[in-house]
Design a protein around this ligand. Structure first.
Ligand code: CP
Length: 333
């Protein structure tokens, strides 16, 4: 029997394909019940803490609303107003909060720190730690993306999905979204194409792990610097900006790498999702984006607002997948 209750949710790689399938089934069930107005008080009287080191619209509100719909109460914690600001450790914070409630969820995207912080909390917490996005993974986003694809397409085998780097004015973004997508989609037999300009590589270990997942589950992973190749005959495109400082050979901090990135970035303005590029994809191609999107830099308005865009369905599914994960980890057996 698969046991979910009490487990941490930091990275979908920690869950088997069958377990991810269960998360999806529960998500679809909760979505249906939500549409029908059927109460889902699976986590009645439970408390959880939502710690944010960075801003959020979708993640915070899907967790907060979702947990209330499950009968619990989620307290929002801005890290700058906690004793973390005075140096209190991840260990002490996790021990204390886990004595007060039933789960702790945290967003901490700072490169080189976020995942380590969550892992340290998981070591000391007596309740589940949930990753609301760190520097390496955004499991809630990838799960909602997968749910949306299943909803639109069904069996995803041989579906060509292209994860494409896109230019954005504000480029201080973690690599967590493309990493989680690249690791998860091949597990569903998809043909995943990762496209980016030279200099925007994801770490080698990510590519190796994604290819291993593809070999195990019948998908494929190709990496290219050719944007045209990514759009050609694609069934799904996900053009999104991701950070480049991770490849800064100097190993500089984000702040230290900014100047280098800015100069490189300006040369890549053509990496934008346009109607012309979408026309080279499959006729039923779908445009996805985790949001927020940098309109008119990452994507033309006519694409994100057009008939091929499913970004709002994708964002809506953040609610249902969040509820499924909370239900399984906090109420499951
Ligand atoms: N996609 C996503 O995580 O959105 P937020 O940053 O608004 O939470």
């Amino acid at each position: 029997q698969t046991i979910f209750r009490g487990r941490h949710f930091i990275d979908l790689e920690e869950f088997t394909k069958e377990e991810v399938d269960t998360m999806l089934e529960v998500s679809f069930d909760l979505k249906k019940k939500f549409a029908m107005g059927v109460p889902t008080p699976y986590l009645l009287h439970q408390s959880m803490f939502l710690m944010f080191f960075e801003q959020s619209t979708r993640t915070r509100n899907s967790m907060e609303a979702g947990f209330a719909q499950l009968g619990g109460h989620a307290g929002f914690l801005d890290s700058s107003s906690m004793q973390i600001a005075h140096g209190e450790s991840a260990k002490d914070t996790a021990i204390i909060l886990s004595r007060f409630g039933h789960a702790i969820a945290c967003r901490y995207c700072n490169w080189g720190y976020g995942n380590k912080y969550l892992t340290e909390m998981a070591k000391w917490s007596r309740v589940p730690i949930m990753n609301l996005q760190c520097d390496l993974y955004h499991p809630f986003q990838a799960l909602a993306d997968l749910m949306t694809m299943k909803e639109k397409i069904g069996d995803l085998k041989r579906t060509k999905v292209s994860i494409i780097w896109a230019y954005a004015e504000s480029h201080k973004k973690p690599i967590s979204v493309p990493v989680s997508q690249l690791l998860l989609f091949p597990r569903y037999g998809m043909d995943v194409c990762l496209a980016h300009p030279k200099g925007w590589e994801l770490p080698d270990w990510v590519i190796e792990k994604a290819k291993a997942n593809a070999a195990k589950f019948g998908g494929t992973v190709t990496v290219t610097n050719n944007e045209e190749e990514a759009y050609e005959n694609a069934h799904i495109v996900i053009p999104k900006n991701w950070g480049s400082w991770v490849n800064d050979q100097t190993g500089a901090s984000i702040a230290g790498a900014t100047k280098v990135v800015d100069e490189k970035l300006m040369a890549q303005k053509s990496w934008k999702c346009t109607e012309a590029k979408m026309a080279t994809a499959d006729k039923d191609v779908m445009y996805m984006h985790a949001l927020p999107a940098d309109r008119n830099n990452e994507v033309e308005d006519s694409v994100i607002d057009g008939p091929h865009s499913i970004v709002f369905d994708e964002a809506e599914n953040r609610l249902h997948t969040a509820k499924a994960v909370m239900t399984l980890l906090m109420g499951g057996r």
